[in-house]
Design a protein. Structure first.
Length: 136
């Protein structure tokens, strides 16, 4: 079981507002609020500090400068389905931040790869040297 599945979102930390959806929908689109705006304040949440730091460091357009995740869901005509879609996307974002990246171990270039690189450079240099003016 990984750490991401252990993180539980408290319903009090997630603010969900019903708004009118954009786009086509006929006469119904102006009357019914089916789209969902989900807001989640990272800094005020009960997430572990490491996950908060990774979330705030993410380069995602859904995370504002003041640390609030804003997700808009309007793919279906059902308010409840859009609400579930928004929560699923928030959970996926938090799960991506909860996964600890493996540290990179630097490796050295092999002797063969160094030799191949240098010989290629030498060969290219000879080709360019032959492009010079011909003296008689």
């Amino acid at each position: 079981m990984d750490k991401a599945s252990l993180i539980i979102l408290k319903p009090s930390e997630v603010e969900i507002d019903a708004i009118r959806a954009q786009g086509a929908g006929g006469q119904n689109v102006n009357k019914v609020s089916n789209a969902v705006h989900l807001r989640f304040d990272i800094r005020a949440s009960s997430l572990p500090d490491a996950v908060k730091a990774r979330l705030l460091a993410m380069k995602d357009h859904r995370i504002s400068a003041d640390g609030v995740v804003v997700i808009k869901a309007q793919s279906t005509r059902s308010l409840e389905t859009n609400r579930e879609d928004a929560l699923t996307r928030l959970r996926a974002l938090i799960a991506a931040a909860a996964a600890v990246p493996r540290p990179r171990r630097p490796t050295k270039a092999t002797h063969g790869s160094k030799t191949k690189r240098v010989s290629g450079k030498v060969r290219r240099g000879r080709v360019k040297a032959l492009r010079g003016r011909v003296d008689e």
